[in-house]
Design a binder for this molecule. Structure first.
Ligand SMILES: Nc1ncnc2c1ncn2[C@@H]1O[C@H](COP(=O)(O)OP(=O)(O)OP(=O)(O)O)[C@@H](O)[C@H]1O
Length: 301
């Protein structure tokens, strides 16, 4: 069942269109990443989904119905959550649970469960002002799911954390996604790859892909030849402009070459290596990683 269906979604600020007709669906139980560079429009889309920003066009359906008034079923963690530093974690959850209309007895049990889930049992009575960035972010998750939403939406939930905080958060999200449909934005491909079934790549307000990771790899993955040798930079310059070459990427010690035809490309490269007497240390044929695909699609767009 589609929990969310977005059709031709648009947003214009003054004369600039920042979201240009985006379509995607999320099925119940999926974990989806909205991936894109800074300024791609991720926050704008998420804010339209939670009704904080009004779309200029298109439609958003939540379980087949207009999404306005569906906030009760959606949990939201903003990119920069703000908390009252003088409140304790428990007080904040109690306050947020009260706003959601949860009865006091039920709320008490729910808060204890949530603090355990997000690893803040020991910190529940401490003031939020004393929490680390990672603890605040985990408290933010707890408040976002206090009313047991069907869909949890998070804006860059891990980007600002240090490696340890990031690991804790990713592990927590792995648990949460077992029970809740999740949509989150990120510009870190690795986080999307680790957590998600589906990746929506957004660039300049347009979706470049909206595919399960396996489809993305199957449909988009291109082969790359990697050559490593002393003097690789000069050799690479000599290869430029040959019609078989799609692109050349030089890293510190090797070159990654995409060709238009694998068999002809391999033959041509081997013969060039031979005729140029290149002292090859490595010659390998690999498939693009998800990161390669992401960078290529964004570059090509
Ligand atoms: N209130 C606004 N008024 C005018 N332009 C805006 C407004 N909010 C966002 N924009 C513009 O819309 C575009 C998309 O911004 P948005 O914050 O959605 O991108 P993002 O992908 O979330 O970026 P980041 O990763 O930096 O948070 C940007 O060019 C931004 O400057």
């Amino acid at each position: 069942m589609n929990i969310l269906e977005i059709q031709n979604l648009r947003k214009q600020y003054k004369r600039t269109e920042v979201i240009k007709g985006v379509n995607f669906t999320i099925q119940a139980g999926e974990c989806v990443a909205l991936l894109g560079p800074n300024g791609a429009g991720k926050t704008t889309i998420l804010k339209m989904l939670i009704d904080m920003v009004k779309p200029s066009g298109g439609s958003i359906l939540f379980e087949g119905k207009k999404h306005e008034g569906m906030r009760d079923h959606i949990g939201y963690l903003p990119q920069h959550p703000t908390f009252y530093a003088w409140m304790t974690g428990k007080e904040l959850l109690s306050f947020m649970g009260g706003l959601s209309g949860i009865e006091e007895d039920v709320l008490r049990v729910r808060i204890a469960e949530l603090l355990k889930l997000v690893g803040l049992e020991q910190a529940g009575d401490k003031r939020i002002g004393t929490y680390s960035g990672g603890m605040k972010q985990r408290l933010g998750i707890a408040q976002a799911i206090i009313h047991e939403p069907k869909l949890l939406i998070m804006d860059e939930p891990v980007s600002a954390l240090d490696p340890l905080g990031r690991r804790d958060m990713l592990d927590l999200l792995k648990v949460i996604k077992q029970k809740t449909t999740v949509l989150f934005s990120t510009h870190i491909l690795h986080d999307a790859e680790e957590l998600c079934d589906k990746i929506c790549i957004l660039h300049k307000g347009e979706l470049l892909t909206n595919d399960p990771i396996q489809h993305l790899l199957r449909n988009e993955q291109q082969p790359i030849f990697v050559v490593q040798a002393p003097g690789i930079e000069e050799w690479t310059q000599k290869l430029d402009n040959h019609e078989i070459i799609e692109s050349i990427e030089l890293t510190s010690q090797s070159v990654r070459i995409r060709v238009k035809d694998i068999d002809r490309g391999r033959e041509w490269l081997v013969s060039r290596i031979h005729s140029d007497k290149l002292a090859v240390q490595k010659f390998e044929f690999i498939q693009e990683s998800l990161e390669d695909i992401f960078l290529r699609l964004v570059k090509e767009a």
